[in-house]
Design a protein around this ligand. Structure first.
Ligand code: HAM
Length: 423
């Protein structure tokens, strides 16, 4: 074998596709119930969209972006996430002048140059929602409820929600001062990156994945102690609405999320079955991002979930309803003439909405029956020269082995009746 997929990029194989479809179906059916419409932004943007939007000092921007120069000499980046692109699109198409509240959802591939491991890849897929234009804490609660609803409708019960507020930029200045004061004497225990972050972006130290940094941070100051009254009220209201919606959560005052645009509410959804510390869903409010991109101050909130991780969990749950389904009908033919009629019959079955297959491998009758069995056909039609000249066809129930001969022109309805009664 000469060629392999690049490290950290994976083929999604046909046996996994039904799980992907189940997730995609759920996203597409649930999002509109909450008023979210789909938006599709390009797979790449000018690098500055993410560098500015997500923040130069984040791991995503400083270490994980797939950035390259295109043939016109522009620096382009494969999207590592979709929020910055959504805000770019919001401003580019002047949605602020067209609708009071833009509620969008998306599904698609994202790219981050991370160390691959179970549930973490370099091309991965997110589903997500963004609501741009309101600072109502009820919207934060709706967003969290939507993220939870999607997971619940897919059958995941054992998920935990973690919540925090990281306040406004002014609150963070106060907090970061305290954090730096606390971290400076502990400098030697921090990783190289975090030592540098002490000067550039100390908040990022809180979500460093190194154990040594996590230990240091554990006993440090908590951002919730530095919230101004407006941010505190907002947080209290979000919690009140969550209670109203019966959504349980844990508070984690060290949750700051790995992207720079967040303000006020941040949240993550975990599954105890995923291992590691990786989240299924992450999101929060980003009231400053539209302004950072040159728009008027416009509050916004959103979340995104990773589909690979979700599919891993669903596969572990052995959801039979999400397994690949087999053929409905196989049509065995025995020579050139029966094959011609067989092709027509198979076409009719497909047009009637049945999954039907015929032999393309020149197999014997025995071989064709074996194929039908392997591919899960419930019924096989056997059309030999004798049946054809008598205008008949034999139906074989693949489970019981029972056979019956029916008129050719009743084949389709017989197949349908048989399938209806067995389902
Ligand atoms: P994020 O936390 O960076 O947030 O990513 C959201 C989710 O994407 C994670 O919880 C995880 O499930 C999945 N994910 C991230 N990286 C990988 C990876 N390398 N492999 C597999 N799955 C991964 C965002 O991206 C924000 N844009 C979310 C948001 C939207 N905030 C506001 N609006």
């Amino acid at each position: 074998m000469k060629y392999y997929a690049p490290k950290g990029l994976y083929d999604i194989k046909p046996e996994d596709i039904p799980y992907w479809h189940a997730v995609e179906r759920e996203v597409r059916s649930t999002m509109p119930l909450y008023g979210y419409e789909e938006i599709r932004t390009p797979i790449m943007e000018k690098t500055e969209v993410f560098a500015r939007g997500v923040g130069e000092d984040t791991d995503v921007v400083s270490k994980e972006m797939y950035t390259f120069e295109d043939k016109g000499g522009r620096s382009m980046t494969l999207r590592p996430e979709n929020t910055a692109s959504a805000v770019r699109a919001y401003l580019e198409h002047k949605f602020y002048g067209k609708e009071e509240l833009s509620k969008w959802y998306y599904l698609g591939p994202m790219f981050r140059y991370e160390a691959p491991q179970k549930g973490r890849s370099r091309q991965f897929h997110q589903y997500g929602a963004e609501a741009i234009g309101s600072d109502d804490p009820a919207l934060d609660a709706e967003m969290i409820g939507l993220a939870a609803d999607l997971l619940k409708s897919l059958g995941l019960e054992d998920v935990g929600l973690t919540l925090n507020s990281i306040g406004c930029p002014e609150d963070r200045v106060k907090y970061v001062d305290k954090l730096v004061e606390y971290l400076k004497p502990e400098k030697d225990r921090l990783c190289d990156n975090c030592r540098a972050r002490l000067d550039t972006n100390p908040l990022r130290i809180l979500d460093c994945k190194e154990d040594s940094c996590q230990e240091v941070v554990e006993d440090g100051p908590e951002i919730t102690e530095y919230l101004c009254s407006e941010c505190q009220d907002h947080f209290d209201d979000v919690r009140g609405y969550l209670k109203q919606l019966d959504l349980e959560y844990d508070l984690d005052p060290k949750l700051v999320r790995g992207l720079d645009y967040y303000t006020k509410t941040v949240f993550e959804v975990f599954s105890s079955d995923l291992g590691a510390q990786d989240a299924l869903v992450g999101g929060g409010r980003y009231d400053g991002l539209v302004e950072l991109f040159g728009g008027d101050p416009t509050p916004a909130v959103g979340f995104a979930g990773g589909i690979e991780r979700l599919v891993l969990l669903l596969e572990e749950l052995e959801r039979t309803d999400m397994e690949r389904s087999g053929l409905d009908v196989y049509l065995a033919t025995l020579d050139e003439e029966t094959k011609k009629t067989g092709l027509e019959l198979v076409q009719e079955l497909r047009e009637a909405g049945l999954k039907a297959e015929i032999d393309y491998l020149d197999k014997s009758l025995q071989g064709q029956l074996g194929y039908a069995d392997r591919y899960g056909a419930e019924i096989t039609g056997i059309l030999g020269p004798r049946e054809l000249s008598d205008n008949e066809i034999t139906l074989r129930d693949m489970e019981t082995g029972d056979q019956a001969t029916v008129p050719l022109n009743e084949f389709r309805s017989e197949v349908k009746n048989h399938l209806d009664s067995s389902r």
